[in-house]
Ligand binder design. Structure first.
Ligand SMILES: [Fe+2]
Length: 350
């Protein structure tokens, strides 16, 4: 396999102010309207590279419509080199199931309605804030149970509850960097099975449609949501290594080629790196029309299920590349430290 060289921004977004959410991840652009850059490939390319580097980009009070949002998200993937066969994800929860929401966009198979009404009516209150399950059960990376998972997720908030419903993200780069060197090497030998084996039969038992036809890639088909991916992957845009196999989507499959007990231990340890280190997390309190764009190869995310009332967001997800690990790639910290050293080196090399 030939591996790609990391991509660098061109400077096309240099005219926009921004603020880093924390030193480690997240960036907010206070005066950028995404609707104004949707026809500017240079700016979209830099936007996508920045999302891959910073993990999450935040934009408040956006007027972009969903048709343009779909174009933007597909271009984020295309302009950063995703395969030609990768398109926008069509969710396995078929859009025909959303007629009761009364929102035309929710009937578009390339838009997924993240709806608290659906959670209450269809998903047996999976997100009920009164239940006693640990909130950490929800950490995930979008569409990781597909053979070709998501690269960029675009998430536009439509309706918010009076309080709560924040989204949290955690750096997958930093999760890898927090492993000791022997564990980093060990993790790189592992694969994990991602999936939700009962989702299709669950929907069918409720008289709802599961989408088994192509879901954003010719490799994403069928009624079984199961995919095997490396536990450490290289983000092809940055060239940095990131932890991948943890959280909700591996709990039904687990770590391959180890004992069941070892799989439980490894999953618990990797999840704990996320849950015990708030310094590698950020949190966004939503207002209507806020947008977040994140790279699922750079971060994990989770909803905060503490709210009462309606929460509705519309999501467009770009399907990316088959996860892989480039043996010559390095961690984010190693790469950034090397950049610092090379920028300090005298030009004559003496
Ligand atoms: Fe998600």
């Amino acid at each position: 396999m030939t591996y790609r060289a990391p991509m660098k921004v061109s400077g096309a977004l240099d005219g926009y102010q921004f603020e880093e959410v924390t030193p480690l991840l997240g960036r907010e652009y206070p005066d950028l309207q995404l609707s104004e850059i949707v026809k500017d490939d240079a700016k979209i390319r830099d936007l996508a590279i920045t999302a891959s580097e910073r993990g999450v980009l935040l934009f408040r009070n956006q007027d972009i419509n969903m048709a343009d949002f779909k174009v933007l998200m597909q271009k984020c993937g295309e302009l950063t080199g995703k395969p030609k066969t990768s398109r926008l994800h069509k969710d396995e929860f078929a859009s025909e199931n959303n007629t009761h929401l009364g929102i035309p966009e929710a009937l578009d198979p390339e838009i997924y309605a993240v709806s608290s009404i659906n959670n209450e009516k269809i998903f047996d209150n999976f997100l009920d804030p009164r239940d006693k399950k640990f909130a950490s059960r929800g950490w995930h990376s979008d569409e990781s149970f597909e053979n070709v998972p998501a690269d960029y997720t675009g998430f536009k908030m439509i309706k918010t509850p009076k309080s709560g419903g924040d989204t949290v993200w955690a750096s997958a780069y930093e999760a890898y960097d927090r492993l000791s060197e022997p564990w980093q090497k060990f993790a790189e030998t592992l694969t994990a099975s991602h999936g939700d084996p009962t989702f299709c039969s669950y929907l069918e038992s409720k008289g709802l449609k599961f989408r088994s036809e192509e879901r954003g890639s010719p490799e994403n088909v069928g009624t079984t949501l199961r995919a095997v991916h490396p536990v450490v992957q290289t983000n092809p845009v940055t060239g940095w290594k990131a932890l991948y196999g943890l959280g909700y989507q591996v709990q039904f499959g687990g770590i391959n080629d180890v004992t069941d007990y070892e799989s439980q231990l490894i999953q618990a340890y990797f999840l704990r790196i996320i849950t015990d280190n708030h310094d590698l997390q950020i949190r966004h309190k939503w207002s209507p029309n806020d947008v977040a764009i994140w790279d699922n190869r750079s971060v994990f995310h989770n909803i905060t299920s503490d709210f009462v009332g309606e929460r509705l967001a519309l999501r467009a997800v770009s399907i990316g590349n088959k996860p892989y690990i480039d043996p010559n790639s390095v961690s984010r910290k190693t790469a950034l430290n090397a950049e610092k050293v090379s920028s300090k080196a005298p030009l004559n090399g003496s």
